[in-house]
Write a protein that binds this ligand. Structure first.
Ligand code: 1CP
Length: 354
């Protein structure tokens, strides 16, 4: 064991929170990004009667149920709030809709004039059903299970706001950042403030920790990465902790690669997420040993199952298990994943338990 054994965590017996406090456990905690969703038959059944995807996100009874579905089925160590990173632009006044089978669509911000039509500050009343969901989930979860709230990092959310969609369309935001850096910085600053308010509201409603998803940061060249990913996430962490001292924060700059060391030395997070593509030993060597790493089983190995999945899990345990580790995927669960494979992954992580 490393780390201060006597340090109290908010919920006794939570492997997840103990690990975030810097402990190395012989059986590490496990949860999966996108652990709720279409690969689960019980999600598909509920989704069919919920209306639009945003209707589901803003329905506390149904969103609570969907958040808890994977915990009941797989006994994971943490639940993640069922919501989306795009509720923040929605609550800033941008039009957001989810097109069945295609993903999110927003009215793109093409100029400073478009951007100025948004609200100055996030409308937290619009998101009150999300915070109500957080409270309900926390009340229903066992004390040893943690609840994770989240937001998108300012850069990733900005890429959707500027392009109006996801996929390979981050180029419009990167172009704006080169052509009008001051205008783009204004958008990023507004997203920092909005995200602080959204994370603080989730923590106050009962989230035990929050994760910041920078899904598209890895594509940025180092100087742009430092300016648009590292600096805003650092500010976000500091401002959240001004309002919620000691808040537990996980930062996931997907695909940071050789930029991880600089990112981790600037950002005061309690854990750093690793993407599937990372060299795990190299990542461990550039992040201080008392800070947890989270990842990085290949979601495609989870689709494959069998010996390939066992080997993928073992490689993560071997590379990262000597320091604080949260087992997860390197990106979200894929829709074609057989649910039994998630059970297999959890069993593999816990096989030396008891
Ligand atoms: O049809 C459906 O049911 C909608 C599919 C779906 C789901 C299940 C979307 C649309 N969002 C979500 C939930 C979601 N999104 C969660 C819930 C908790 C969980 O993990 O179980 C979380 C944490 C997110 C975060 C999110 N949304 C990210 C960051 C993580 C990542 O995957 O990189 C991003 C980029 C989004 C945008 C988004 N929302 C939905 C889709 C399909 C996308 C990605 C679009 C794209 O490919 O760019």
């Amino acid at each position: 064991m490393s780390g201060p054994v006597s340090e109290p965590t908010k919920r006794d017996g939570s492997r997840f929170l103990d690990t975030l406090s810097g402990k190395t456990l012989s059986v590490p905690p496990v949860w999966l990004m996108r652990q709720a969703g279409r690969y689960l038959p019980e999600y598909r059944a509920l989704r069919a009667e919920a209306g639009s995807f945003l209707d589901l996100c803003y329905n506390p009874a149904l969103a609570t149920e969907v958040t808890l579905q994977p915990i009941r089925r797989f006994d994971l160590d943490a639940a993640i709030l069922f919501s989306d990173i795009l509720v923040v632009p929605h609550a800033l006044g941008q039009e957001v809709r989810f097109v069945e089978g295609e993903g999110p669509r927003l009215d793109p911000l093409t100029s400073r004039a478009d951007f100025r039509r948004l609200r100055e500050a996030i409308d937290l009343d619009m998101l009150s059903p999300v915070y109500e969901t957080v409270s309900r989930v926390r009340a229903e979860l066992a004390p040893d299970k943690a609840l994770i709230g989240f937001c998108g990092a300012p850069y990733t959310v900005a890429t959707y706001m500027v392009a109006g969609r996801g996929g390979d369309e981050q180029a419009p935001a990167r172009l704006m950042a080169y052509l009008d850096p001051d205008g783009f910085a204004e958008l990023i600053d507004r997203l920092v403030e909005a995200s602080v308010a959204h994370l603080v509201a989730q923590l106050r409603a009962g989230a035990d920790a929050v994760q910041i998803f920078d899904s598209w940061a890895g594509d940025l060249p180092p100087a742009e990465f430092a300016r648009w990913s590292t600096a805003p996430i650092k500010a976000l962490c500091e401002k959240v902790r001004e309002q919620v001292p000691g808040a537990k924060i996980l930062a996931f700059a997907r695909g940071a690669g050789a930029k991880l060391g600089g990112f981790a030395s600037a950002v005061p997070a309690d854990a750093f997420g690793l993407a599937t593509s990372e060299n795990l030993a190299a990542a461990r060597s550039v992040v201080p040993y008392d800070i947890a790493l989270q990842g990085a089983v290949d979601p495609i190995a989870l689709v494959a199952g069998g010996a390939a999945l066992d080997r993928a899990v073992d490689l993560v345990l071997e590379a990262l298990g000597g320091a604080p580790l949260i087992v997860n995927l390197g990106h979200g669960v894929r829709q074609q994943t057989p649910p039994e494979h998630v059970a297999q992954l959890v069993a593999r992580v816990r096989r030396r338990a008891g």
